[in-house]
Structures are given as C-alpha cells and as structure tokens.
Design a binder for this molecule. Sequence first.
Ligand SMILES: [Zn+2]
Length: 153
Amino acid sequence: MARTRSPIPSDLVLESTLASRLNQLRQFRNLSKKELAQAVRMTEERIDDIESGLETWLSAAERQIIAKALYIDPNLLKEVEYRPADSSHPSYASMSVEINTSLTDSILSGMRDLACPQCGNTLRCSVQKRVDINGEVIDFAKAFCQICPFTLK
Ligand SMILES: [Zn+2]
C-alpha cells in the first residue's frame, strides 16, 4: 500500500492514549517506527518510548514535527497527551502516596504481575539502578500502565 496523505477518515475511531494513537496514525500512514523516526529526526527508541506509553506527552516542537510527518492536526496528539505533573488530572489527583509506596515496595521486592491502581490492567514494572548524590547505587521502581495514564516514577 502506498503512503497516503489523505485526511484521516471521520469514521476512523481514534485511540484514546498518546501511545496507541501514535501507533494507530503511524500505521495508517504506512510508516515503520524507523521511517517515522527518520522523518522527524528522532531516535527509533524515542518513538518506541512514546508508543509503549513510557512517554506520555510531547514538547510543542516534537508534536509539530510528528504531526507534520503524519499529515495530521497537532491537536490530534495534544488531546491525548498526559502530563503527570498536572495535579488537576483526575487520575493523578486521586492517587495516594500510600498506593505509590506499596507499589514501589512490591516492585523492589521482585513482584511483577501488579494491577494498575486506576484500571486494574497489569502494569509494566521495572527496577532501575540510579546513582544518588553520594555516589551510591540505589534501586528505583518504575511502572506504567498500557491502558490508562497511570505512571509510577
Ligand atoms: Zn491503568
């Protein structure tokens, strides 16, 4: 199928998260991750981070260039972006410190099949090593939901 620049059909049901929507629109344009990465001068890893839900929002410049490469209105991306720092976001505001602490403990103790506190989907969890200001390596729990905007960082 040839690359198409036609408008997004109005009967196309758009995905509700940035990750799945970018994936959807990229495939609609018949672009591989590599091709899109080249078109927007980003690394393939960066595209992968966005499509896997690790990155939940784009800078204005990134949004513009991705939208241009996909021949879409930047607002199609903006409307599904989610900034964790935005405490007015309902799912973030309702997140208690208690839940985050218990999730962190579970991940650090090796548990992986943890349910998302927002939607119940299985979280993608990982432990990262970070060096603190004293040069000591500390374990750092990370998790994100592939369905809803929940992220533990
Ligand atoms: Zn979730």
